[in-house]
Design a protein. Structure first.
Lengths: 324, 368
């Protein structure tokens, strides 16, 4: 198995699927000749041609809308929105069209589209280039939302997303893009959308997270005494999300901390926390805690790590729920 | 004589009009289709006023020549995508009046299973990709449909050369998405024709009050290097004469086009429109040159392929078809809550949203 970082794994998965299915087309700003702003689509245009890897104008509504049109006609478009902040101009198309087509046409027309979007902070980018809007899109019925944190998951989830008959927003945590490599299986495999991954099993407290903060949680666990047993869950899919996995874990541990980069109010952690109290009320030894970004606009890079849920804050919350 | 004047002259003069070369049956078919739309919309208004139809309802009466004429220039596998005033096009494309009316009534036999209503005229077998409620937002989708047909023809080698018709009103031309769509269509050479049904009003605002340089809308298409023409969309023979060569040209060259169809709607923007923005005299003036009456006159007196008795019989037959569609819609069952309310959101209903959902209504809810 070749070693790959997240960028290479996504590139590899795109090429794999384009080779397998000639209905797959990639479109976005600078995705062709330049290989994408993060070089995720590097080499794809040379390999598959400019009619399948299409450089677009800076026009996100047009990119998203034409990708939806492609999908309506049975193609498998994979548009890239360069940064999550640029979803703004495409929001109308994504929410008012892509998410609703199956419903509006009552199953006659579906949108098998995968929207690739770099997401999150931690790379010294400015605001509008560092946000985590996964809860916004999870809130819209008709969209699936995923966020892989490892190269292998990235490949398996991307193949599942492109083959999914419904629109999938595929968030790529920028902070993980080149942070490490791992062996990625070469052949065909999918990771089921909606299935979480237990990163490490534990007995005392459940930590639920997704995206780049998986690694902040691992760092927090490293800093804790050896007798603290943490069960770390990487949600991977934000909608649909793996309630069974989380509920089962919290029924076992009785304690839970949810960690995400997005602002606290109406972040997806609120959904996780609320679901836990609905289903694990009598199992809980402590209130569920959330470690999140703040209800502010993402600050410029000098304060970025103050905003993001770094490992000391996560460690503090775990200690709090253990001491409750 | 100026070039324009000579064009007008030739269209009036001795050279036969393109539509004159068509068989009588084609023009009689247009008349049937236009009258079907007119009658259907009349009954829709009655049903809406009788609270049989909910949601909103945008009536197409007056603009029939545009839908019937333009769709009459296409093949049935050429994609069509619509704005919200969409019943007429659906009927012109061959949707059954029963499916159309049942949708209006919110009944399960509707084209969108009765769960969408007036703006949800989907008919995939007839390549009809639905009505759209967000003004102008369907225009990039039209570019995408054309991208797909071109890709199927050119890259996959599985399709023939097709042309997509993307309809919008004059109100939609001010939307940003439309300009993105025009740019994409021209840049990628996509065979999509933007059919602007310019009825002079964006809801209640006259075109000169909502759009800059409104007497020359074609300049907007030209600015993107797109063939852009004006067509009198109130005269169906004229629609065919001018639009058919354009469709053929777009199909052949796989290029986009922009057409400013001058037309007029007899009813308000929606059923709840007080129409303070225009006078009854203005509406009556347009009705003087009504497109159906003009075609009937042509068929009666010029072509002599229709008699008064035959026209009366056709009207009666259509009235019966539409009456039947209303009766069908009245008697059709409403969508079943258990099976339909939660369906068709995602391909696989999720456990926390389906009616049998374990977490909300089922075994996994600790309170049940």
């Amino acid at each position: 198995m070749p070693e790959m970082n997240l960028v290479q794994a996504i590139n590899h998965a795109l090429a794999f699927e384009m080779e397998r299915d000639d209905r797959v087309v990639v479109l976005g700003e600078d995705v062709g000749l330049n290989g994408g702003v993060f070089r995720v689509t590097e080499g794809l245009q040379a390999r598959f041609g400019a009619e399948r890897v299409v450089d677009t104008p800076l026009a996100e509504s047009g990119i998203m809308g034409s990708a939806i049109g492609l999908a309506m006609a049975g193609m498998r478009p994979v548009p890239e929105i360069q940064f999550e902040g640029f979803l703004g101009p495409a929001y109308d198309q994504l929410v008012n069209h892509a998410a609703r087509y199956r419903s509006r046409s009552r199953g006659a027309i579906t949108i098998p589209m995968t929207v690739r979007v770099p997401v999150g902070g931690g790379i010294h980018a400015p605001e509008l280039h560092s946000d985590s809007p996964e809860a916004i899109y999870a809130h819209h019925p008709g969209l699936k939302v995923v966020m892989p944190s490892t190269p292998s998951d990235a490949k398996g989830l991307l193949l599942a997303a492109i083959r999914d008959p419904d629109p999938v927003v595929y968030f790529e945590p920028k902070r993980v893009y080149r942070s490490f490599k791992e062996d990625v299986p070469e052949g065909d495999f999918e990771i089921e959308i909606g299935k979480a991954k237990v990163v490490s099993e534990g007995a005392d407290v459940t930590v639920v997270t997704w995206g780049a903060t998986v690694f902040q949680c691992l760092a927090a666990m490293d800093a804790m005494p050896e007798d603290v047993s943490v069960e770390l869950i990487d949600l991977r899919s934000i909608y649909p999300w793996d309630m069974d996995c989380v509920i089962e874990s919290v029924r076992k541990t009785g304690r839970c901390v949810v960690v995400h980069e997005a602002p606290k109010t109406c972040g997806f952690g609120a959904e996780v926390s609320s679901t836990i109290q609905e289903h694990c009320f009598l199992n809980l030894h402590a209130p569920v805690q959330r470690v999140t970004g703040f209800d502010t606009v993402m600050p410029y890079y000098k304060l970025e790590l103050e905003y993001l849920p770094e490992s000391p804050r996560i460690k503090g919350a775990v200690e709090q729920v253990l001491a409750y | 004589m100026t070039q324009l004047a000579s064009k007008v002259e030739s269209s009036k003069g001795s050279r036969p009009r393109l539509s004159d070369t068509l068989p009588d049956s084609t023009l009689l078919g247009w008349l049937h289709s236009m009258q079907l739309i007119r009658e259907f919309e009349t009954r829709c208004m009655q049903a809406y006023q009788g609270t049989k139809i909910g949601g909103f309802c945008h009536i197409y009466s007056g603009q029939e020549a545009c839908a019937v004429g333009t769709i009459g220039c296409t093949n049935n596998d050429d994609p069509v995508i619509l704005a919200y005033r969409d019943h007429g096009h659906a009927l012109a494309r061959g949707m059954s009046p029963r499916a159309c009316m049942a949708e209006m009534f919110g009944k399960a036999a509707g084209c969108a299973k009765g769960k969408g209503g007036s703006m949800h005229m989907f008919d995939k077998p007839n390549s009809l990709y639905g009505g759209h409620g967000i003004v102008g937002a369907q225009t990039p989708l039209g570019a995408g449909l054309a991208f797909a047909t071109r890709y199927e023809w050119e890259v996959l080698g599985t399709g023939t050369k097709k042309v997509t018709l993307c309809y919008l009103g004059d109100g939609a031309i001010d939307q940003g998405a439309f300009h993105e769509a025009l740019n994409l269509a021209s840049l990628y050479s996509l065979p999509v024709i933007y059919v602007i049904e310019n009825n002079g009003y964006s809801m209640g605002t006259a075109i000169h009050r909502h759009s800059a340089n409104s007497k020359r809308l074609t300049m907007r298409g030209e600015a993107y290097g797109i063939t852009s023409i004006e067509i009198d969309g109130f005269d169906i023979r004229n629609v065919y004469d001018q639009f058919k060569p354009l469709v053929d040209e777009c199909r052949d060259s796989q290029r986009p086009a922009f057409v400013d169809f001058k037309t007029y709607r007899y009813q308000g923007h929606s059923m709840s429109d007080p129409q303070k923005y225009r006078t009854k005299e203005e509406v009556d003036e347009w009705k003087q040159r009504d497109s159906i009456a003009a075609l009937v006159s042509h068929l009666l007196h010029d072509r002599r392929c229709l008699t008064e008795a035959q026209w009366k019989a056709m009207q009666d037959e259509i009235a019966e078809v539409v009456r039947d569609s209303v009766e069908f819609a009245e008697n059709a069952p409403v969508p079943e809550v258990g099976a339909e309310l939660y369906s068709d959101v995602l391909v696989n209903p999720q456990p926390n949203m389906s009616p049998a959902g374990e977490y909300i209504h089922g075994a996994k809810n600790p309170l049940l």
